[in-house]
Every structure is written in structure tokens, then in C-alpha cells.
Design a protein around this ligand. Structure first.
Ligand SMILES: Nc1ncnc2c1ncn2[C@@H]1O[C@H](COP(=O)(O)OP(=O)(O)OP(=O)(O)O)[C@@H](O)[C@H]1O
Ligand SMILES: [Mg+2]
Length: 256
């Protein structure tokens, strides 16, 4: 872990993500699973909020609901002040450029038939931001930003290492300059030796671009390094929320 901490000094008050009483209940043979059970959480512009908690506590469910990859059964999700909780897919489409999710396993989230260049350019094309030479130039700049070479644009995901694949999914997520990035265990599928470099990359890009980030992780060292504030989940609820230094110095909840 690098010695320099990236804690954003310029976190603004304007919220990019507001979860208010978020619920996601699943009907299962064993009864109702309350994966998210009244979660209220705000991520400000330029702020990194760490979401931690034991396995099954509901972190990924919250992350998926936050970017509308899952349908909340209750509560509200606001992005940049807009209530997106019950927007149709169609109504949501133009807003999609404002928020992105980076998954744990880059192999399953990158289309194996596409080249790296096509993968990174796809959001630019979908949102009609750039095409042709302009898109290629942006892809090259993004590749450089995430520490890859221009030639990587012509490769396919399977020709890259796990760390390189995760760099590609980060480049793709940031290609349209979103205000919010939800990163769900972005380094836990990677080799320990490359975890720190991907984490550093994320920290650098976050400082540089100033997006808000909901950073979901098991890794307490990672969350201490990246997050301005930490929320602790337990059984579908947030049981503690505090600035990073405060939480590490004086944890209140027994799980923490
Ligand atoms: N599609 C689903 N159908 C039924 N139950 C689900 C579904 N998705 C998640 N759950 C349940 O919701 C709870 C929370 O799951 P979730 O994946 O959000 O936890 P998590 O905190 O991300 O765990 P991990 O740290 O292991 O990734 C778990 O009990 C899980 O079994
Ligand atoms: Mg999870």
C-alpha cells in the first residue's frame, strides 16, 4: 500500500448518489431475504464512500440497485438529484452515461468477441459522444491513462492479464466521464501482486476526474486507503457510518 493517502480534500456537498430507505427483498423457498433493508446513504461529488461488511450482508445488492442493474422493492435512488428508482429502461438510457459499475470479475463483464478498442468506445458510441477518429483518439488517451499501450486496442480480452482486463473495464466505465462510479470488489479477483496497482490507478483517476465513488470491498486496507467515509453493512442494513479515520480509530458496532 502506498504511503500517500488520496483522501479527497475537495469533496463537494452536491450529492451524486442518494439512497433513501432502499429495500431489495427476494422471495426464496426459505422465506423472504431482506438483502437491502432500509439503506440510506449519500455519495457526494468527488467523494469516495467505502461500503464494507461481511459476505452476504447486501453490499452488491445495494451497488446493483444504485446503478439500476437490479430493481429496488422499496425506497428511492437519486442520481444527480434525479429520482431514477422507477424510470423505465428507455427513460434511463440517456442518464446512463452519468453512472457506471465496475465489477469484481472483469472476465465476465467484457464481451469476448469485441476488441479492447471497441469495448472502450462502446459507451462513446451509445451516448453519441464520439465516433470514428475522435472515438479512436479518446480510446488511445484512455488506454494511456490506465497504463496500457495503443496496440492493446486491437487485442481481445482473453489476450490480456486479469489486471489488464480490469484496467480495460475501468477505462470503459470512465470513457464517458461519469459523475458516479460504483466499484464492486474491483480488485478481489486479481492476483495479490497487481491489486495495489489497480487500486492506485483508481485513486489517481478519482482524484484527477473527481467522480463520486461507492467502493464496495472486504479489504480494510484498501478502504482505508481510498475512502473518505465508510459505511458498514450488516444483514441488509447500514449499522455504522463515519469518516474513515474516525471509524478506524473508534469503531462503534461489534461487527466493525
Ligand atoms: N437474486 C437473488 N435472489 C435471492 N437472493 C439473493 C439474490 N441476490 C442476492 N441474494 C441474497 O441477498 C443477500 C445479500 O447478497 P449480496 O450479494 O448483496 O451480499 P454481499 O454483501 O455483496 O456479499 P459478498 O461480500 O459475498 O459479495 C444474500 O443473502 C444473498 O443470498
Ligand atoms: Mg458482493
Amino acid at each position: 500500500m502506498p504511503a500517500q493517502s488520496p483522501h479527497t480534500p475537495h469533496a463537494e456537498a452536491r450529492p451524486v448518489l442518494e439512497l433513501d430507505g432502499l429495500e431489495r427483498h427476494f422471495a426464496s423457498p426459505g422465506g423472504l431475504v431482506r438483502a437491502a433493508d432500509g439503506v440510506s446513504l449519500t455519495v457526494g461529488k468527488g467523494e469516495v464512500v467505502g461500503l464494507v461488511g461481511e459476505s452476504g450482508s447486501g453490499k452488491s445488492t445495494v451497488g446493483r440497485c444504485a446503478v439500476r442493474l437490479d430493481e429496488p422493492t422499496g425506497g428511492t435512488v437519486r442520481i444527480n438529484g434525479t429520482d431514477v428508482t422507477r424510470l423505465s429502461r428507455r427513460a434511463l438510457r440517456p442518464l446512463r452515461k452519468d453512472f457506471h459499475l465496475v465489477f469484481q470479475d472483469p472476465s465476465s463483464s467484457l464481451d469476448p468477441r469485441m476488441t479492447v478498442g471497441q469495448i472502450i468506445a462502446e459507451p462513446l458510441r451509445l451516448h453519441a459522444i464520439a465516433k470514428g477518429d475522435a472515438a479512436r483518439a479518446r480510446v488511445a488517451a484512455l488506454l494511456a491513462k490506465v497504463g496500457l499501450r495503443p496496440e492493446h486496442a486491437d487485442r481481445h480480452p482473453h489476450e490480456l492479464s486479469g489486471g489488464q482486463r480490469q484496467r480495460i473495464s475501468i477505462a470503459r466505465a470512465l470513457s464517458v466521464d461519469p459523475d458516479l462510479l460504483v466499484a464492486d470488489e474491483p480488485t478481489s479477483a486479481l492476483d495479490v501482486s497487481v491489486q495495489a496497482s489497480v487500486l492506485n490507478l483508481l485513486a489517481d483517476l478519482q482524484r484527477d476526474r473527481g467522480f463520486g465513488c461507492l467502493f464496495i470491498t472486504h479489504d480494510l486496507a484498501a478502504v482505508e486507503f481510498l475512502a473518505d467515509r465508510i459505511a458498514v453493512m450488516y444483514l441488509g442494513q447500514i449499522v455504522e457510518q463515519a469518516p474513515t479515520a474516525e471509524l478506524f480509530a473508534d469503531p462503534k458496532h461489534p461487527y466493525t
